[in-house]
Ligand binder design. Structure first.
Ligand code: FAD
Length: 155
């Protein structure tokens, strides 16, 4: 993926890069702390693209798996709005632009929990395909994000 810079600063965008790439770009841009190791970091640093992605998917899938089974019309509308607004502000800009395009083609399915969870699973699989990651079996989305695996390994 090409490197991206924050719009408002002449600095590489952390949330658009994996940490190693970001650290490399950062050391090219910065003359300070030349002896600082560039491949390890403390745990309380800003999120890189992959950390942000993992945390965000965790939140989004959990939200979908806990969405009401039979939402009110207002809840359905609000959830659809949430995803449209989320797509505007996701902090990795190239990720956000592709996600905006994807949800324009496949608008949020918010008329039930199962439809929302399946819709989101499909959106995540679209990103997985783009990144050459394995496809997730969407029939198991509630096991992964709400109930725990049927074999009891999460209990
Ligand atoms: P993740 O893909 O983060 O998945 C976390 C866990 O979710 C997995 O371990 C698995 O148990 C489960 N899971 C996997 N697939 C599914 C599914 N379909 N449904 C339900 N659960 C599933 N990165 C880029 O490099 N380029 C992009 O354009 C990009 N776009 C993104 C758009 C969005 C909206 C988000 C939230 C993230 C995006 N990312 C992008 C980040 C990317 O999707 C991953 O989060 C990141 O690469 C870390 O991947 P991971 O292998 O740790 O697992």
């Amino acid at each position: 993926m090409p490197s991206h810079h924050s719009e408002d600063e002449d600095k590489p965008c952390r949330a658009c890069s994996d940490f190693k790439t970001w650290a490399k770009m950062q050391s090219k841009n910065s003359l300070s702390a030349p002896n600082k190791p560039s491949t390890s970091k403390p745990t309380d640093c800003p999120l890189d693209k992959d950390e942000l992605g993992r945390s965000t998917w965790g939140f989004l899938h959990s939200m979908a798996s806990y969405f009401p089974d039979k939402p009110t019309r207002k809840q359905s509308e609000q959830m659809a709005k949430f995803f449209n607004i989320f797509a505007q502000f996701y902090p990795c800009e190239p990720c956000a632009l592709d996600f905006q395009e994807d949800i324009r083609k496949h608008p949020p399915q918010t008329d039930s929990r199962d439809h929302l969870a399946k819709w989101l699973c499909d959106r995540h699989n679209t990103v997985n395909i783009k990144l050459n990651k394995p496809i997730f079996d969407c029939s198991k989305v509630h096991e992964r994000w709400r109930d725990g695996w049927l074999d009891g390994s999460c209990d």
